[in-house]
Write a new protein. Sequence first.
Length: 143
Amino acid sequence: MIKLQIIGNLGKDCIVKEINGKHVINFSVAHSEKFKDAQGNPKERTTWVECAYWTDRTAIAPYLMKGTTVYAEGSPEADAYTNKEGQAAATLRMRVQNIQLLGSNRDGQGSNSGNVTNAGMGVAPVVKTTPAGATEAVDDLPF
């Protein structure tokens, strides 16, 4: 088995589809890497991974918004094709088996973080902050 793990930001809001009675959540994750070339010039390379998360637990979808930082792991797939300019190109895809929210959402309120797996295992309790700054554990996850 080949396993791909990525931490990155969503490039756009996710799309939820129903196909033959099953749900799939599609989203794209970008990972940027900074480095220096042979001449010492700073460079940045961004790798995009197109993700498909087949699940019955679609309640996570509202949290998968553009800019949200996620950790995702699953099985990789690569597709080669010829782009509009006639040059060879490739697409990296992943069939997601586990996803974890790491970052905040668009409105800056922060997102609840927790693990979600197709097997339904590994769900961590969400900790929310009360106005007084104290924390309390929340057992009812929204997904």
